[in-house]
Design a binder for this molecule. Structure first.
Ligand code: ZN
Ligand code: FE
Ligand code: FE
Length: 265
């Protein structure tokens, strides 16, 4: 079976289209399951073009619930993509407790106050940064997010490569540590096709990382990171190829934050 668990909505301020249009693409692509996974309200910054505001969360949940009633295929799950920002763990825990999410993604989009994945700020914010340090900082945050107990799935777990600005420093040990931390925390890793549409031109995470995930028995799931209805399920043939090539036969699905492994289509 195939799922797309990473679908945004216009509520975050940088995605377009009606929620139902995203569902219709999933119908056309014959996905058995999809999940809305919009950017959760943030605590570290208030930016209407970054994430939904706190007072929009009830509306988001209501709209997903309404679509769930109207569609049986694909099954529609309620997810949320939350920023991992040290110091705001308890704020986030309280927010997540307010609704019965099917799954929660943890994503690292910011290193201290550096929004390294923000196209609007690129490339100015990269000036004077050092690649090795940025990779260390980034993957340490991924490890902390895995250990936080807040999340079911790590979103785009090597997002730091997005702009492919740096030649990749030698970071094998750091990657293995990170995958180990994820395995110990029993968290899933998302195979995210949006990297193919970014300057790095590569699925998140890399094949090298996915091989480590396989070796440490880390479950994986699939996401397109759609910010436009036509992006739902995009490049999933390539994602499935990759996942199978490194040895997976199953993917993780979620309901009420419980994981069920299903056979890959
Ligand atoms: Zn987004
Ligand atoms: Fe993200
Ligand atoms: Fe996203």
């Amino acid at each position: 079976m195939l799922v797309d668990y990473h679908i945004h909505t216009a509520l975050c301020g940088h995605a377009v289209g009606e929620m139902e249009e995203y569902v219709r693409t999933a119908v056309e692509k014959d996905l058995e399951e999809m999940g809305f996974n919009d950017h959760a309200p943030t605590f570290h910054v208030q930016d209407p073009q970054l994430a939904m505001a706190a007072d929009q969360l009830p509306l988001y949940v209501e709209q997903v619930r309404a679509l769930q009633k109207r569609y049986s295929r694909p099954r529609i799950r309620l997810g949320v993509e939350a920023d991992f920002v040290p110091g705001h763990e308890e704020d986030l825990r309280r927010l997540l407790d307010r609704y019965e999410f099917d799954y929660v993604y943890g994503s690292v989009h910011i290193i201290r106050d550096w929004r390294f994945d923000d196209t609007r700020l690129y490339p100015d914010h990269y000036q004077g940064r050092e690649a090795a340090q940025a990779h260390r900082d980034y993957f340490q945050l991924v490890q902390r997010s895995a250990r936080s107990g807040l999340f079911d799935v790590m979103g785009h777990m090597d997002l730091i490569k997005k702009f492919n600005h740096w030649t990749q420093p030698k970071i094998d040990e750091l990657l293995e540590q990170t995958v180990q931390a994820i395995a110990e925390a029993d968290v899933c890793v998302e195979v995210n096709t949006s990297g193919l549409r970014k300057p790095c031109r590569e699925i998140y995470p890399s094949e090298e990382i996915l091989r480590l995930c396989r070796r440490y028995d880390v479950p994986v799931t699939l996401g397109s990171d759609a910010h436009h209805p036509r992006e739902v399920g995009m490049d999933f043939d390539r994602a499935v190829d990759l996942v199978k090539r490194v040895g997976y036969t199953q993917i993780a699905t979620y309901q009420g934050r419980r994981r069920t492994m299903v056979d890959l289509a």
